[in-house]
Write a protein that binds this ligand. Structure first.
Ligand SMILES: [Zn+2]
Length: 176
């Protein structure tokens, strides 16, 4: 047998999922509190979601791959004492199609997704068109309904904090 040249240029280790959009099912959910930081910030109520990639046939090896640690803060205050931005939560509610209430305007069990206002960087209530990032906004939903829902997620490849090892992150979620 002659020599074989194995060329790995442009490849990524299979431990890393290539950047892109993937269909996934939300299968894990933990309710916790974010880590308290030395400066007193943190300690916010948070969901930690985990997804399984499913039905991604271009590369069957990616089927059932777990993508974990999608942290979604759902209350508390930021470092300036302002209410935390709920954009990630609102994005996930819309992507997963979980019914939700905008308590302030009385829209109950809405299935229409919060509307993203890209210019303002906020989400709006589809019933009353008010910003859902205003102080005093109350939204209500049943977190148990997240489990089992299908979404699509945008996976990016970044660097780990303490090393050059590539690692995946979920950047956005959208309705499938
Ligand atoms: Zn409303």
């Amino acid at each position: 047998m002659g020599k074989v040249t194995s060329d790995t240029s442009g490849s990524v280790p299979f431990t890393v999922i290539p950047a892109g959009w993937y269909p996934a099912r939300l299968v894990r959910m933990e309710k916790t509190v974010s880590k308290k930081q030395p400066d007193g910030t943190g300690g916010n109520p948070m969901f930690v979601f985990g997804f399984d990639i499913t039905g991604h046939n271009e590369d069957p090896r990616l089927n059932n791959r777990q993508v974990n640690f999608y942290n979604v803060v759902y209350g508390g205050k930021d470092k300036n004492g302002a209410p935390n931005n709920l954009n990630r939560l609102l994005e996930l509610i819309g992507a997963a199609g979980v019914p939700w209430d905008h308590v302030n305007c009385g829209a109950i069990d809405q299935t229409a997704a919060p509307v993203e206002d890209k210019d303002m960087g906020v989400y709006l209530c589809p019933a009353c068109s008010k910003s859902l990032n205003e102080d005093g906004t109350q939204i209500a939903y049943d977190p148990d309904l997240f489990k089992g829902r299908m979404i699509k997620m945008q996976i990016t490849v970044g660097k780990s904090l303490n090393s050059d090892e590539p690692r995946n992150e979920i950047r956005r979620v959208r309705a499938l």
